[in-house]
Design a protein around this ligand. Structure first.
Ligand code: ASP
Length: 328
């Protein structure tokens, strides 16, 4: 409240001084580095996407866009940090579907996903893939299902905490096979993948932005993609439906946010910079290598992201309630 009051006083003082137009902070913005909080560990899928976009946005905004990793509690710690930040355009958040699922998963979320942020735009939708350590016995999805059911007290499923995409995917998988499994939470799937490669955990469902290279290098076993069609960058990998797993087809949408109260001209400037980054050939090419693509320009807008957050909260609420999985 206090920071909002200060911001509006500063705006009012400026308008008083020059008579009209935008507050000084919005007109000159940005005059210094911008921090984008990734609510997961460095080296993971959200981090990878954010760093590519941030580097390109730095060019069009003429200021450094720095990525800061604030992992923990399935992305809610980083989101909470940005919800409380100054609404001045210098602290942003790049979060994914967890913005919507956390609304139901957490009984006491310290922010309101629909009201605590000024959405800037959607970024990308990333498919999810089921992978396991290289020497995990099952060789295809049917074998995996049989194996984890038979060894349900021994197998370990890695995720990035309640609210993470890997959590949602694991929850859907366990629901589909009607078998709860032991989960091992990390601050992001970057470190989860490190442990998977080291054989400390058995399997993981993660975004192609963190699994493509490992699958191609034969460092992990891949069982299927949660998509309606096979992926262009991993054409040999069946969809989970081909493998006999019915259920949700979903992708991990990512969005860029500022704290609520950020002046509209700043939000619009950031949305334009986001659009420019998503049209940057380097970003497009890297995204394609990692099994994803930028959203169309008309989705990289505040309205499209606001609509997505709302519709996705509604979409996942009954699914999460049916699973009965909650966190405090
Ligand atoms: N996207 C998260 C990360 O970057 C992981 C997850 O959502 O499961 O680590």
């Amino acid at each position: 409240m206090f920071k909002r009051l200060l911001a509006s006083l500063a705006g009012a003082a400026f308008i008083g001084a020059v008579g009209a137009g935008l507050p000084a902070q919005a007109q000159d913005y940005p005059t210094g580095p911008i921090t984008v909080v990734v609510p997961f560990s460095a080296g993971g899928p959200t981090d990878t996407v954010t760093r590519l976009v941030a580097e390109s946005m730095s060019k069009s905004l003429g200021q450094q866009v720095i990525v800061e990793n604030v992992g923990g509690a399935g992305g809610t710690l980083g989101a909470a940090r940005v919800a409380k930040a100054e609404p001045d355009g210098y602290t942003l958040l790049l979060h994914h579907i967890g913005m919507a699922t956390s609304a139901t998963l957490y009984r006491k979320l310290p922010y309101d996903p629909k009201a605590a942020f000024a959405p800037i735009g959607l970024v990308t939708e990333v498919p999810m893939v089921l992978v396991a350590r290289k020497d995990f016995p099952p060789n295809n999805l049917q074998e995996l299902i049989t194996y984890v059911k038979e060894h349900k007290d021994e197998v370990t499923y890695a995720n990035a905490g309640i609210g993470a995409a890997s959590h949602l995917c694991g929850m859907l998988f366990m629901q589909a096979i009607e078998t709860p499994l032991t989960t091992v939470p990390y601050k992001g799937t970057g470190p989860a993948m490190t442990d998977l490669l080291g054989g400390q955990v058995d399997f993981l469902c993660d975004q192609t932005t963190n699994t493509t290279n490992q699958i191609k290098a034969g460092e992990v076993k891949a069982y299927g993609v949660f998509a309606d069609q096979r992926l262009a960058n991993l054409p040999d990998l069946p969809t989970v439906k081909e493998g006999g797993l019915e259920g949700q087809s979903f992708a991990i949408w990512h969005g860029l946010y500022a704290p609520a109260g950020t002046p509209e001209p700043i939000v619009n400037k950031l949305s334009e910079a986001l659009k420019a980054a998503l049209a940057d050939q380097t970003v497009i090419d890297r995204f394609a290598e990692l099994g994803t693509a930028p959203v169309p320009a008309d989705q990289a807008t505040p309205a499209a992201l606001q609509q997505k957050v709302t519709s996705e909260i509604d979409r996942w609420k009954p699914v999460i309630e049916a699973a009965g999985e909650y966190a405090d």
